[in-house]
Design a protein around this ligand. Structure first.
Ligand code: SF4
Ligand code: SF4
Length: 451
């Protein structure tokens, strides 16, 4: 019988693809943490199947689904090709946007609702996020952030606030990138660039480096001002209606910019934008034809490394000269880049092409760092444990530089590496900054802000 939650039967068919073999279990970070079947992909698929059969979403079931990071490590680990990503994204909407006529879902506590409301009233809006940056800067100067973060009372009464203060980076000064950056070389492409919300507020240097790298590789860069939030945080948290609204705004902005490619330097954002076609596939074609426009926009989206690799592998090869960057560096693969987008070879190839950069791998099998969008704010305890494990695995490599491709991972890893009592921490930088340093011939000390 078709479920009201799954009128087309699509989700049921994904659930039925699972043969319960358990090959995905070792890849799952929450199964690694707790060893509980219901906190594994197989257990969650079973729960989702029961709800599709008409079972109520119990408090326990909602909690097992909430504890999923959405890291997608289970998707490539599954020999049967089960699209767990489709299931968890749908299941998250059951609690965030309950359907009339569907089985009741447990109400979230007042505190949980307040935390979620605060997150979604600020994170997708760079202007509001920037308003927080000023007081944060003052608090950091006065050492107030550390005192609050380390206060046992705050950690007990408001762990989400303590987690937010723990991962908050030193607030950056606002630098709006120009809307148009000409190509340095004979032009090879006209590319649009997503500036991202967290990226533009906390890591404006990453966006500046991304634009310089693209220009140096022969790209005319267009940064549409009306792009807004791409909707990734909303999409990955089950707020599908909000995500669709953001997606439409971004699609329209990049259409107006008439770009051939949309380059994204944040793994979570790129992964969401590649899913626009899926997100908007049921939108009524009420004139603008959103389903088709979303599919066209998704087809243009490339992660920065993916696109630079396409240019480097093309007939003209790489345009910019790579200067030596003598450093031992470890590449942290963001789950939404490696698992969700399958972009694994490209960033490593780009880094290995930099003379004197010694690239090493984290020896933990690619387990999530615990960032996972806003997971580290919603599930601070599990995220903290995963962050500690990731920091230990990174330290074990002996690298002095950590290279990431996602702002959330950078914040989470930097905070975990800087935990009280830790030895001097390796610097965490974005791959765009590393390529930019090599292209411009600047030193490792300048790259990490120490020179
Ligand atoms: S999701 Fe895939 S790997 Fe995991 S139990 Fe089901 S079939 Fe096996
Ligand atoms: S998405 Fe990640 S946390 Fe969730 S079930 Fe899959 S492997 Fe586990």
């Amino acid at each position: 019988m078709a479920s009201i939650l799954d009128p087309s039967g699509e989700l049921r068919s994904v659930v039925d693809d699972c043969v319960h073999c358990g090959f995905c279990l070792p890849a799952c970070p929450t199964y690694q943490l707790w060893g509980e079947e219901m906190d594994s992909p197989r257990g969650r698929i079973h729960l989702i199947g029961q709800v599709l059969e008409g079972a109520e979403v119990s408090e326990a079931a909602a909690s097992h689904l909430d504890r999923c990071l959405g890291c997608m490590a289970c998707v490539p680990a599954c020999p049967s090709g089960v699209r767990y990503d489709r299931l968890i994204e749908a299941a998250r909407t059951w609690t965030e946007e309950p359907q009339p006529g569907a089985a009741p879902v447990p109400a979230r506590s007042l505190r949980e609702r307040a935390v979620r409301a605060a997150i979604f009233a600020t994170f997708p809006y760079p202007k509001r996020l920037r308003l927080l940056a000023g007081p944060l800067r003052l608090a950091q100067r006065a050492g107030l952030d550390r005192r609050l973060r380390d206060s046992p009372t705050i950690r007990r009464a408001a762990p989400e606030v303590a987690a937010a203060l723990q991962i908050a980076p030193p607030a950056a000064r606002h630098h709006a990138p120009p809307e148009h950056i000409p190509a340095h070389w004979p032009r090879r492409a006209v590319v649009g660039m997503l500036t991202g919300c967290v990226q533009q507020v906390f890591f404006p240097g990453v966006n500046a480096a991304t634009a310089r790298v693209l220009a140096a590789e022969g790209c005319e860069v267009v940064i549409p001002t009306g792009q807004g939030c791409c909707g990734a945080l909303s999409m990955h948290t089950g707020r599908a209606t909000e995500a669709a609204r953001f997606a439409k705004q971004a699609i329209a902005a990049f259409e107006d910019a008439r770009v051939e490619v949309i380059v994204v330097n944040s793994a979570g954002c790129g992964s969401a934008m590649k899913e626009y076609a899926q997100l908007l596939k049921h939108e009524p074609d009420d004139g603008p034809g959103w389903a088709q426009r979303a599919a066209q926009a998704s087809a243009k989206v490339r992660d920065l490394s993916e696109f630079l690799s396409e240019l480097a592998d093309g007939s003209d090869g790489p345009a910019a000269v790579r200067h030596p960057l003598p450093v031992k560096a470890v590449y942290h693969e963001a789950c939404h880049l490696g698992y969700a987008q399958g972009v694994r070879r490209q960033p490593r190839d780009l880094l290995r092409a930099i003379p004197e950069l010694e690239l090493v791998e984290v020896g933990d099998g690619g387990t999530c760092c615990g960032s996972a969008g806003v997971y580290n704010l919603l599930q601070p305890e599990a995220a903290g444990e995963l962050g500690t494990r990731k920091a230990a695995a990174i330290r074990a490599t002996g690298a002095s530089l950590v290279i990431s491709a996602n702002p959330g991972c950078s914040l989470q890893i930097a905070a975990a590496l800087a935990a009280p009592g830790s030895a001097a921490a390796p610097d965490v930088v974005h791959i765009a900054e590393v390529l930019d340093a090599s292209f411009r011939g600047i030193s490792v000390a300048e790259l990490t802000g120490g020179g």
